[in-house]
Design a protein around this ligand. Sequence first.
Ligand code: GLY
Ligand code: MN
Ligand code: MN
Length: 484
Amino acid sequence: MDQKEVNSPAAEPVKAARDNTPSPAYAKFMSEGWVPSDLDDVVAGPAVTSAFLRRTTLSAQYPGIRLVLPAGGFKVRSNDTDYRFRPHSAFAYYSGVQGVEASADAVLVLEPTETGHETFLYIHPRSTRDTHAFYTDRRFGELWVGRRFTLNEARARYQIETRRVDDLEALLKDGAAALTIRGEDPMIDKNIALHPQEKDFVAYTSAARLIKDEYEISELQRACDETAKGFADVIRSLPAAVSTARGERVVEAAFFGRARIAGNDLGYETIAASGSHACILHWIQNDGEVRPGELILIDAGIEMDSYYTADITRTLPISGKFSPAQRALYMLVYEAQLAGFAAVKPGATFKSINAACQAVLAKGLSDMGVLPMSPEESLLPENGLHRRWTLHGVSHMLGMDVHDCDKARDEDYILGTLKEGMVLTVEPGLYIQPDDEMFAPEYRGIGIRIEDDVVVTADGCRNLSQNLPRHPDEIEKWMLSLRN
Ligand code: GLY
Ligand code: MN
Ligand code: MN
C-alpha cells in the first residue's frame, strides 16, 4: 500500500544554536533538482520469518488489547552529542529490525482485531526534499546522519505495515487499553495509562527469549566465533600494551576494532583488567598498566548486527606463561567451571549450576587453608564465607541482551529449570584482593574468571565458545602461536 510521504510540520528539526536558518532562496534552491532515489530492490530482512512467528505467539497471549513496543530514543552523551543508537531488545525481537537499520523513536504496535492483531511499524521515514529537515536536522536529516528507509522500503524490508511515528500520538490518544514497556519512550509513557497487566507483559516479553531457535543459536555461535578472533587480536596487542602507558586501553581498543568491523558493536563495555584490577568485577576504566609476569582478565563480547552478543572471559598470563601461584588458582577456577558445565542439562535447576561451581571453589579454598570452617558449612546459605573470594553467581541467560531475559518471573528463570535451547554463561571466578591477608603474598592481587557461553542440548550442553582455549597449557600454546 502506498502512502504519501510528507514531513509532518510537527517534526521540528533538531539543530544547534549556531546553525543558520536557511534563507528562502537557499531553502527553495535545496528543494529542487534532485533525482528520485527511492529504492525498489529492498529485500526482506533475515529475521522477518522469526519475527512474524514471535508476533503470532505474542498476539495469542494478549488477545483484544493493543501492544506497544518502543525502540527507545537517543541517549544524550553530552550536550547535542548522542550515544550511538541501539534499540530495545524486545522491539528488535518482535520487529526483526537489525543493526544500523534501527532508527530512534521507532515503535512496533500490535493493534487488536477480531482474529488477533494487525502489526504496524512506526518510524521516522527518510526525510523528503520538500522541507528543510534533510539538510538542517542534525539528528535525523539525511545529509547529517545518512539515509533511512522510506515507509515503502521499510515495509518491503520487514514485511510489516509502516506508518510515520509522528502520527502515533494521535492514535494512542484514543484511550484504548494498551500494554507497553515503560521507561523507553517518554511519548509512549505519557499516552499509555498503566494497565494492571503491564508487569505481566514486561515479564512475558522478556521470558519469551529464554529459549533460542536455530537462527538465534547460529547468531550466538557467530558472535562467539567473532569474539574468539577479537581475543586473538588482544593477544597480538599485548606487546604494544606492555610498552604503552594505560596499556589496558591498548587491549580494549584491539577488541573494539574487531567488534566494529565484524559486528554491530560491543555487547557491553569491555573489561580489560590487568594485575589486581582483575579483582574489581566490572573494571571498565581500563586505564592501568599491563605488566609482564601478571595476569590480565579480559571480559568482552561482540554483538552481531542481529544484536545477539557473546560474553566471554579469559584470564591470560601477560608474558605467555603462568606462574605456579597463578596456575594453582587458575586450575581451581577451571575445575569449578567443568563442574558448572556438567550441571547444565534439561531439567536441572538454574541454581544448580552455581551450586556446582561454588562447591568446587569452597572445597579448593578450604584445601588452601583459608576457610575458617569446613566447605560444607561454608556452603550453607547462612554462612557463605567462601564468597569473600568468589563474589558473584556463575550464570545468566545470554542473547540480545548480555544479561538476557532479566525481567522474566523468578519461576521462569532464577527459580526455574533449564530447557533445551536456553543459552547461558558459566563463569566462575576467584578474586584475591591485593590487601587480603588471609592469603599468602604470592596470591594477593590475583583475579581469575573463566567465562563460556553454552547452549542447553537434549542431554547436556554445547560450548559455543570452545574455540577459545581454556586450559592453562592450551592458553600458553595459543599465546605462543599468536606471537610467532
Ligand atoms: N560481562 C558481564 C558478565 O559477565 O556478566
Ligand atoms: Mn557474563
Ligand atoms: Mn562477562
